[in-house]
Design a protein around this ligand. Structure first.
Ligand SMILES: [Zn+2]
Ligand SMILES: [Zn+2]
Length: 326
């Protein structure tokens, strides 16, 4: 099969044998995959990964000895594969299994390939009405919606999402269903417009004074989400949060952050890390068309043109770049 390989900050498209599946795994033929900021961070050295990258996908189950009824079904998958024995796994949360593998990120080959072996328990069948192009957003949308699973959000909770990348836009669109007072702050008018067209208030942080101007106009926020993907983003989030408010950390940069901890202490802020979420919730959002992810798609490349696709994804003003694998 054709597959992409990351090794020492080089990319190659190689021919590999089909993955062998274990007793608890399914062989999934990949239809479409998405390049995400984490893939770029991995390429730059985050997580020290070597192998086939990629964790956002839609595929068709081709072999599944454990659950033959899944063969032929269109699926997406949770990306964390736990050991099945530790307290986190026994509590059905392999996201925090200390021995976990993560598809295309840690210890396990990913989906930028024609086929991938995936644990059966990680699979979610995609509802019929959800197009493949939209279902490929299930994993990042689940990560965005995780914020609403971690925090109590009331209809009047004031939320600022900082960063108008893919995750920031998805978070703003998702949280807009929980609160009527969501603001997306970013730097690219054309990206902000995607959220604005779906009813989210936006502000362009185009100058140094923009943050002070936002606070003067709107006050500080109960919850601020750092989805900038930038190690400096956290301090902007802290500055926008009211005393005793909550800062949600979504950024996973390979560079460490210098945090203004004095403001956190003085203002008694809560910092909450937030990672992967519930794909079944994301699929429900997509099935009910509670948000439209299509405007986030920038381009679709064949898998064999991965290098071009990846350069496109590296452009600062790009949004979701997809790979059509068939
Ligand atoms: Zn991702
Ligand atoms: Zn475990």
């Amino acid at each position: 099969m054709k597959a992409v390989r990351f090794e020492n900050q080089t990319i190659s498209v190689v021919d590999l044998p089909l993955p062998e599946i274990g007793g608890n795994e399914a062989l999934v033929k990949i239809l479409m995959a998405g390049i995400c900021a984490t893939d770029i961070a991995i390429f730059n050295g985050y997580a020290g990964f070597t192998g086939i990258p990629g964790h956002e996908f839609v595929g068709i189950v081709e072999q599944c000895p454990k659950s033959p009824e899944l063969v032929g079904k269109r699926v997406v998958a949770d990306i964390n594969c736990g050991c099945g024995r530790c307290p986190a796994c026994l509590a059905r949360d392999p996201r925090h299994c200390p021995e976990r593998q993560t598809i295309g990120i840690r210890g396990r080959d990913g989906v930028f390939a024609e086929y991938c072996a995936i644990p059966v328990e990680n699979l979610h069948v995609v509802p019929e009405p959800v197009e493949t192009l939209c279902a490929v957003f299930a994993e990042p949308l689940a990560a965005a919606l995780e914020i609403a699973q971690q925090l109590h959000i009331g209809h009047h909770t004031r939320i600022a999402v900082i960063g108008d990348g893919k995750l920031g836009i998805l978070a703003a669109l998702g949280l807009n269903h929980y609160s009527s007072r969501v603001l997306l702050a970013g730097r690219y008018p054309q990206k902000l417009a995607i959220a604005e067209r779906q009813g989210v208030a936006t502000v362009c942080l185009d100058s140094k004074d923009a943050v002070a101007a936002v606070c003067a106009r709107l006050g500080q926020f109960d919850i601020t989400v750092d989805a900038t993907g930038n190690p400096e983003g956290i301090n902007l989030a802290i500055a926008l949060t009211r005393p005793e408010g909550t800062v949600v950390v979504k950024t996973t940069s390979h560079r460490p952050s210098q945090i203004d901890l004095a403001s956190v202490a003085v203002n008694e802020l809560r910092l909450i890390g937030s990672r992967c979420g519930d794909l079944s919730l994301a699929l429900r959002f997509l099935e009910n068309r509670w948000l439209d992810v299509k405007p986030l798609v920038d381009a679709v490349y064949p898998l064999t043109d991965f290098t071009e696709a990846f350069s496109h994804a590296l452009c600062k003003d790009s949004l979701k770049v997809l790979l059509a694998v068939e």
